[in-house]
Design a protein around this ligand. Structure first.
Ligand SMILES: Cc1ncc(C[n+]2csc(CCOP(=O)(O)OP(=O)(O)O)c2C)c(N)n1
Ligand SMILES: [Mg+2]
Length: 801
């Protein structure tokens, strides 16, 4: 190389390093200024990435298009360095700006530094993920990002190895994408961290987990968090050897720029090329401002530590290194710092103005409305007071404006005027807008919503075969795998065995180990596999062997799956199906039916409770056409009961939120679902014998529940209602009752008290007697209905005892 060329190269390198220096300085300034904004009351809470800038900068140099991040609230520098976060956007989220154009991460819904890239376009379709750098939506529960990380990484493996997907270029370039995880040192104490590490080692997927080790989890030091006070030391048994696959483990210090660049170059290469998981233990990280705006670290760090943190602040060290390498003079670096500060401040001011302007405009509109009310109703002195209160507010928020309007309305109760009508109109309009801002996107409202899937009834040949229920399901799965090359199913005993009830018998043989696979006993990361893969264009069915074990993954289901569309304001979705089987079997941990707990924890997920396996199959078919997550609880005692084999397998669908009236009747409506439904149905002949005409309704889905008010229509006819299931008292029957009596307004049509029949409050005891005395049995069902009829008409239905 000529002298000139060498010099140019050196200059380029220097430029790039000085750019890096500016970026880390900007990120630091965002943290410092962000904290001030909270402490002066302009934002509610702040958590920042100060101290972690340099390692994040190094990581982002290897973050390529198509890659995914699954991280936590310290990662602002990564997001900026990969070009997915501007300073304005950072502050827009801090202020909770509900405009997704300003805060594309969450539309103001998430605390600051909870990042997400927008992955769904206006029509509800996936964007080209390989043309951008992607971040899955952060959450606050520590280590909650880990399970999803596993699935994000596994998707690369599926795309590389499943030939049917070789032209799915929108999601992958031959599986070359790395899933980048980040986690704090203290959060590695969580079980889900260990479960993920083990599963990734088994699956051999391209993920790079960085542990930002600043020695603390809020105030609690490593001494109380981690054995031997070092996560990489204790993970050593996971390290791969020449003979056995495992993890690559890399240690690096947070303030050592060159070592960091080398560490991440190595990590990226190993993960990307070999699909081997890598753990980068980033040590000697600092946290200059303490954990968050909620406290100060001087309370738990001693002077030595504080002094050390100052000296080893990664930006200080970076600066010293630049000076030592003679890449810039001290003044030049000072100047860069000044520029960085200035740019951040300007962007922050802009973000504040953009956040405040529309609210100020609303404030002005409200003040004008109040003025006009005051001149129309000069007898209502309260109006002046309301106006003054609003006028006085400086940093105004929407609540102030709307609250003033509603108070004014109350002050004007019973009065009428044009000005009042204007106010009502204005408030109604605002309510619509605020609903969009704060309440939208719980479920899909795209053209692909599963609620829009048309019903296709199962059709049967003249001489339909009677087969075990599990055969209907299996043959339907067969069609699904044939039809959707991106469909896959995994779980305990799912692969070789074909699930414990053989609903997937021979499917692995037919579709291969990649698509029909066994997993370890690790429900939380089975779900995580499903989450991550569903975000990358695949259609996973994550199987949880029994409903009772759903609790092991309930955190992810509730915190992550149920919230993703909402918390990204429609920017991301997990079209994932969680398959499980439950209700009646035996004993305390194989026959639970905690449906109330489930449905109250997973609003945002469809919950299907089919009474047989044809219905279950129909739900799979419906959901595969949609873009929402769902849970299907197959009725455990149905696998070996006979059902007719439909001829349109893979095609017939069951609509979500549409109950089925299985028997029409006049005297009383009985609503049930799942296994209990079948028990109620078995009592029908007895009702007939007793002269009671029962209208029997299968709810079919609990979320959504009876979208068209069919049960209300039934109640209008019978005027009596009983809800039956095998959940605890106040569980899903309580929910169904609230839906029909309160939400649908059913109380107006009741001639008898609305009743619920449930299990006992304890878990079901073992064996047939245990079941009989713990759950609603045939006699309980009969007597509950009879009792209602007896009370209504003792002459016709005399007392049983
Ligand atoms: C499941 C859960 N428990 C507790 C908390 C409260 N909390 C938030 S951050 C934090 C400490 C995390 O420390 P670490 O993982 O080391 O990350 P750092 O903040 O130090 O970067 C705790 C306890 C939480 N968010 N989630
Ligand atoms: Mg920490």
């Amino acid at each position: 190389m000529s002298k000139q060329a060498t010099k140019e190269k050196k200059n380029k390198k220097t430029d790039s390093i000085l750019n890096d220096y500016k970026l880390v300085c900007m990120s630091r300034e965002m943290s410092l200024l962000g904290r001030k904004e909270v402490l002066t009351g302009k934002a509610k809470f702040g958590i920042f990435g100060d101290g972690k800038e340099l390692p994040q900068l190094a990581l982002s140099k290897h973050f390529k298009n198509g890659d995914f991040r699954s991280g936590y609230y310290r990662d602002q520098t990564i997001m900026m360095a990969i070009g997915e976060l501007t300073v304005e956007q950072f502050f827009a989220q801090l202020y909770a700006n509900p405009d997704v154009d300003k805060d594309p991460n969450s539309g103001g819904r998430q605390m600051n530094a909870h990042f997400a890239t927008r992955l769904i376009d206006e029509e509800g379709n996936w964007v080209d993920q390989t043309a951008q750098k992607n971040t899955s939506a952060d959450m606050s529960p520590t280590a909650g990002q880990m399970a999803r990380l596993l699935g994000l990484a596994q998707a690369s493996k599926v795309y590389r190895e499943n030939d049917l997907l070789s032209d799915w270029n929108q999601f992958s370039d031959n599986g070359n994408e790395v899933a980048w995880g980040t986690i704090g040192d203290a959060s590695t104490s969580e079980g889900i961290f260990w479960e993920t590490i083990n599963a990734a080692g088994v699956l051999q997927v391209p993920m790079v987990v960085s542990v930002w080790d600043d020695g603390y989890g809020i105030s609690v030091s490593k001494k109380y968090q981690t054995t031997k006070e070092s996560i990489s030391t204790v993970l050593r048994g996971f390290k791969r050897t020449k003979k056995q696959p495992g993890f690559e483990i890399i240690n690096v210090k947070a303030w050592d720029y060159q070592a960091l660049l080398d560490a991440y170059a190595e990590a990226s290469k190993i993960a990307r090329d070999e699909h081997v998981p890598v753990l980068v233990h980033v040590e000697e990280v600092t946290q200059p401002q303490g954990h968050s705006t909620s406290g100060s670290h001087e309370r738990y760090k001693d002077e030595d530590r504080l002094n050390w943190e100052e000296e080893y602040c990664c930006i200080n060290q970076f600066r010293q290194w630049i000076e030592k390498e003679k890449m810039a003079e001290s003044e030049e670096l000072d100047q860069i710092e000044e520029e960085a500060k200035k740019e951040v401040r300007e962007a922050q001011k802009k973000a504040w103005k953009e956040y405040q302007d529309p609210i100020k405009q609303q404030k002005d509109e409200m003040l004008a409305l109040l003025d006009s009310l005051i001149s129309n109703h000069n007898d209502v002195s309260k109006l002046e007071e309301i106006k003054k209160g609003l006028d006085r507010k400086n940093n105004v928020i929407r609540k102030d404006v709307i609250s003033a309007g509603r108070q004014a309305l109350f002050a004007l109760r019973g009065k009428e005027s044009g000005a009042k009508s204007d106010l009502v109109k204005w408030l109604d309009h605002q309510q619509e807008e605020n609903q969009q801002r704060f309440n939208s996107h719980l479920l899909s409202d795209t053209p692909n919503s599963p609620l829009k899937v048309e019903e296709v009834k199962p059709s049967y040949p003249d001489e339909a075969k009677n087969v075990d229920g599990r055969v209907v399901l299996r043959d339907n799965f067969d069609k699904i795998f044939e039809k959707y090359p991106n469909a896959l199913v995994f779980g305990e005993d799912v692969g070789q065995l074909g699930d414990v009830n053989l609903g997937l018998e021979d499917m692995q043989e037919k579709y291969g180990e990649l698509r029909v696979s066994d997993t370890g006993i690790r429900e939380a990361t089975i779900l995580g596999q499903g989450i991550g893969m569903s975000l990358r264009g695949l259609r996973p069915i994550a199987e949880i062997q029994y409903l009772d074990y759903l609790l092991y993954c309930f955190q992810g289901l509730s915190d992550d799956v149920a919230t993703v569309r909402y918390r990204t304001s429609g920017g991301q979705a997990y079209p994932l199906i969680v398959r499980t089987r439950g209700h009646r079997l035996e004993g305390i941990w194989h026959s639970g039916s905690p449906m109330g707990m489930i449905i109250n924890g997973v609003r945002g997920v469809h919950v299907c409770v089919p009474r047989n396996l044809t219905h279950a199959a129909g739900f799979y078919n419906t959901l595969f056409q949609g873009d929402d997550p769902a849970l299907i609880v197959e009725p455990l005692n149905a696998y070996r009961l006979k059902e007719k084999l439909p001829e349109n397998l893979g095609e017939f669908t069951i609509p979500l939120g549409v109950p089925e009236i299985v028997q029409e009747g006049e005297d009383i409506t009985v609503v049930s679902y799942g296994s209990t439904f079948n028990l109620v149905q078995s009592v029908l002949p007895q009702f007939e014998e007793a002269g009671i005409s029962v209208e029997l309704v299968d709810a079919r889905t609990l979320l959504p529940f009876d979208r068209n008010g069919m049960i209300l229509e039934s109640l209008k006819k019978t005027n009596r209602i009983l809800f039956v299931d095998e959940d605890v008292p106040g569980g899903a029957t309580g929910y169904m009752m609230q839906q029909v009596i309160d939400e649908q307004g059913g109380y107006r049509y009741l001639d008898s008290e609305a009743k619920c029949l449930t299990s006992q409050p304890h878990r079901p005891a073992y064996a047939t007697d245990g079941d009989y005395f713990s759950k609603p049995n045939a006699e309980d069902i009969f007597e509950s209905v009879y009792e209602i009829m007896h009370e209504a008409n003792p002459g016709k239905y005399p007392a049983i005892r």
